[in-house]
Ligand binder design. Structure first.
Ligand code: SAM
Length: 257
């Protein structure tokens, strides 16, 4: 089939990589699994075999039709054809079974997708994603590292994140230009509850990193006083990149009263 580069269609072909990914996901019967971008089913088929039934969201109509054919006799695949960035995951939530999200993500939308998924943290039990290594490193970066960014703070503020293993370009067809990384992300409801006002927290972190070269005192000058920064345990002369996730949470909680 003709693949579409604009949709990030780099299909996994390496059997060892597919088996390592399936083992890391550890699918089982009756789980509420949903795959993002199943393509021609490299991950879907072994997962469906173990889980018996699953959901998938795929934007490409031709790939969707071919995939449904491939899945016949393997298990029940409910395919939602459309854009995952517009998908409401509350539709798949079940009171007794949180959603397990999996996917070899299209790299061009991986960061906006991670932000889109934040609104569904309460109904997701875990996520196993293949990402561009650079994005995986941004998610797990510690303060002061050059990769430490808005994505690091937002993701680490209420998720536990593990980089599991790297996948080399030759394991895909066609090979992407970059190395990939398979990661596990688990929403952490206990830390989520520590953030009093999530909207305010998200806005604050966004504002801080919009001017990452300025000191935090200057980048947040419109909304936060020097005294408030100090009360949150933040040195006003620090740059946004030097401030820990906990300090951002302290500041947002202080401002939310
Ligand atoms: N899972 C397959 C594999 O590992 O071989 C394909 C992975 S490929 C990197 C990404 C898949 O995401 C493609 O099938 C592509 O059509 C699909 N895709 C791209 N953009 C999408 C979007 N906005 N919503 C849903 N699926 C999308």
């Amino acid at each position: 089939m003709k693949l579409n580069k604009r949709l990030g269609q780099h299909l996994l072909t390496d059997k060892t990589a597919i088996s390592a990914i399936t083992q890391a996901i550890a699918p089982a019967l009756k789980q509420n699994i949903c795959e993002i971008g199943p393509g021609l089913g490299a991950i879907t088929l072994p997962v469906l075999k173990a889980a018996g039934a699953m959901h998938a969201i795929e934007i490409d109509q031709a790939l969707s039709e071919e995939l449904l054919k491939q899945c016949q006799g393997v298990g029940t695949l409910t395919l939602h054809q459309g854009d995952v960035l517009k998908f409401d995951f509350h539709r798949l939530a079940k009171p007794d079974r949180a959603i397990r999200l999996i996917g070899n993500l299209p790299y061009n939308i991986s960061t906006p997708l991670l932000f889109h998924l934040l609104q569904f943290s309460e109904v997701i039990s875990d996520m196993h994603f293949m990402l561009q290594k650079e994005v995986a490193e941004r998610i797990t970066a510690a303060p002061k590292a050059s990769e430490y960014s808005r994505l690091s703070v937002i993701m680490q503020s209420h998720h536990k994140v593990e980089n599991l293993f790297d996948i080399a370009p030759h394991m895909f067809s066609p090979p992407p230009k970059v190395t990939s990384c398979f990661i596990r992300i688990r929403p952490d409801p206990a830390t989520l509850r520590k953030i009093r006002n999530r909207t305010l927290f998200d806005q604050l972190v966004k504002a801080a990193f919009q001017q990452r070269r300025k000191t935090i005192k200057n980048s947040l000058a419109k909304d936060v006083t020097e005294k408030e920064l100090q009360r949150a345990g933040i040195d006003p002369r620090n740059r946004p990149q030097e401030i820990s996730v906990q300090q951002y949470i302290n500041l947002a909680n202080l401002l939310s009263g």
